[in-house]
Ligand binder design. Structure first.
Ligand code: ZN
Length: 70
């Protein structure tokens, strides 16, 4: 019984870590664009890029790029 609880606890911690890492994934936005991209998207120009988390980008009103699908 004790082992089951410990295993459950570890599983829960791993799940939380996984969810956290997904929500804080880094995306890039350009100064004038209204979309967020992965760092290596071909449609984003290398100048004037801001890196932020996906969550922050969504909150700031950016939409996901249809080319790189971040
Ligand atoms: Zn893109």
């Amino acid at each position: 019984m004790k082992k089951t609880k410990a295993a459950l606890c570890v599983a829960l911690m791993l799940l939380t870590a996984l969810l956290f890492s997904q929500s804080s994934a880094k995306v890039c936005v350009s100064a004038k664009g209204r979309k967020y991209h992965t760092a290596n998207c071909r449609t984003i120009k290398s100048s004037a890029i801001t890196t932020l988390t996906k969550e922050e980008a969504i909150r700031a009103g950016y939409e996901a790029c249809k080319v790189c699908r971040p």
